[in-house]
Design a binder for this molecule. Structure first.
Ligand SMILES: [Zn+2]
Length: 317
C-alpha cells in the first residue's frame, strides 16, 4: 500500500543521475527508526505516528556524485506538519534563547566580516540574503554592520519574529528580482527536497560577482557510521546518525557531491584567503580556542575537510 505522506525520489536530487544503490532500508513505523523518532521529537515537541504508516526509511547512494539521500521523503503537507508542529516553535525559540551565548553571535560577526573583506565593498553597499533564516539572527547581525539585509523562511512564526526585528522577508518567487552580493545558506541544503533546483533558483538572485555559501553537516567517517548503524549513538558523537536523520536530513553531502551539484548549476568554488580568515577571528579566549582558530583556515582551504564552501558564478571568469 502506498503511503499518504511520502514522495518517492526517482533520481539523485543533487546531480540528477538515475543510478544509485540502496544502502539501508527499514520501515519508519517499526524499531529502530520509530524508536529513534519518538526519542528525538518528544523532547522537541511531539510526534504523530500515523504519518509514518507505510513509509520506508531508505538510504540511497548516488553512483555519480556519491550523495547519500533518503528515497522516501515527507510530502509538502507532512513537511509543514513536521517543521511547524512536531518541532514546537515556542520550544525551539526557548532553546535558542537559553543556548545562544556571546560566542554564537561572535561567530556570526566573524563570518560576516570575512565575507565582507572578500567582497571588497563598504558594508552599506552590500545586499545580503539569508536563505532559511530561522529566527533571523544572522540577518540581524548583517544589518548591524549596515548591510541591506534580507531573508526568507517557511515557518510563519519565524517570519513574524524576523519582521518584528525590522528584517525584510522575501518570497521565493520574487527572488530573481534581486541581485545579492552574498547569499547565506547555513544548515539548510540537507533539508531540501530539491537541492539542485533550489540552488539554480538562488543563483538567479546572485549579483554577477556575488558569492553563495553552502554549509551542511560534515561527517568524514560517514561510511563507518553507515556500517555500524547505531541508532542509539548520541547527536554530536563519533557514530551518531544525525547526519542522515530520518525525515529531516534527507540529503547527506560528501564534499564532492556539493562541488558537482554547484558545477551543474554553473557555480565554481572560491576560497576566502587564509590571511583574511585570520584577520577577522574574534575569540582568542583560551588554549583550546586558539588551537582551533589556527587550524580552521588550514582545514578549510588546504585539507578541505569541512562541508563549508563558497561559490561564485562560473560565467564571472
Ligand atoms: Zn548524484
Amino acid at each position: 500500500m502506498n503511503s499518504l505522506y511520502f514522495n518517492i525520489r526517482k533520481k539523485c536530487p543533487a546531480c540528477a543521475s538515475t543510478t544509485s544503490k540502496t544502502i539501508y532500508k527499514q520501515p519508519f513505523d517499526q524499531p529502530p527508526i520509530r524508536d529513534y523518532l519518538i526519542d528525538f521529537y518528544s523532547s522537541r515537541g511531539r510526534i504523530e505516528l500515523s504519518y509514518l504508516e507505510n513509509g520506508n526509511y531508505i538510504l540511497e547512494e548516488c553512483d555519480h556524485c556519491k550523495l547519500i539521500f533518503q528515497k522516501e521523503i515527507p510530502n509538502d503537507q507532512f513537511m509543514e506538519r513536521l517543521y511547524e508542529y512536531w518541532l514546537d516553535p515556542q520550544k525551539r525559540f526557548e532553546h535558542h534563547r537559553k543556548n545562544d551565548g556571546l560566542d554564537h553571535y561572535l561567530y556570526y560577526a566573524q563570518e560576516i566580516m570575512q565575507v565582507m573583506t572578500y567582497l571588497k565593498k563598504q558594508p552599506v553597499d552590500l545586499k545580503f540574503f539569508d536563505f532559511g533564516m530561522g529566527w533571523g539572527k544572522w540577518s540581524m547581525m548583517a544589518k548591524a554592520f549596515g548591510c541591506d539585509s534580507y531573508g526568507s523562511e517557511l515557518s510563519r512564526e519565524r517570519i513574524k519574529y524576523a519582521e518584528s526585528n525590522g528584517l525584510k522577508v522575501i518570497e521565493w518567487n520574487n527572488l530573481p528580482d534581486y541581485q545579492f552580493n552574498f547569499i547565506n545558506t547555513e544548515q539548510v541544503f540537507e533539508h531540501l527536497a530539491e537541492p539542485f533546483e533550489t540552488l539554480e533558483h538562488l543563483k538567479r538572485a546572485l549579483a554577477p560577482d556575488g558569492i553563495i555559501k553552502i554549509s551542511v553537516p560534515t561527517a568524514n567517517n560517514i561510511d563507518q557510521r553507515l556500517r555500524l548503524m547505531n541508532w542509539k549513538a548520541k547527536k554530536g558523537s563519533k557514530h551518531s546518525l544525525n547526519p542522515v536523520a530520518p525525515l529531516e536530513h534527507i540529503n547527506f553531502y560528501r564534499r564532492k557531491s556539493i562541488i558537482k551539484m554547484a558545477d551543474k548549476a554553473g557555480l565554481k568554488e572560491i576560497l576566502i584567503p587564509i590571511r583574511k580568515q585570520y584577520q577577522y577571528m574574534c575569540d582568542w579566549s583560551g588554549i583550546k580556542r586558539i588551537g582551533q582558530n589556527l587550524l580552521k583556515p588550514i582545514s578549510l582551504n588546504l585539507l578541505k575537510k569541512q562541508n563549508y564552501l563558497f561559490f561564485r558564478k562560473t560565467s564571472f571568469d
